[in-house]
Write a protein that binds this ligand. Sequence first.
Ligand code: FES
Length: 101
Amino acid sequence: MKHRVPPHKIPTSNTGKLIEVQEHEIALFNIGGHFYAVDDECPHAGWRLSEGELTGSVVTCLLHGAKFDVRNGRCVGGFTCADVQCYSVEEKDGALYIELV
Ligand code: FES
């Protein structure tokens, strides 16, 4: 099922924002006008990825430095860590929708 993101929750370009979808906390990122969503909870020890440092498509967790590509959820650096769950995001008629799996 697709869930509409409230307009005030849509992050500005090259930032991330925490949103809640059916009690799931999700980090939504805007990478140059393209949107990506991953679990907000870092798979290492649970820090909020929405508060991480975003460089291009990579968010760095501020607690221990694991890096995740928000386009596919893969851990790409910092240290070896599990990937983070990602969710599909769709733009339609000026609105943004996230689909939980
Ligand atoms: S909690 Fe994210 S790297 Fe440790």
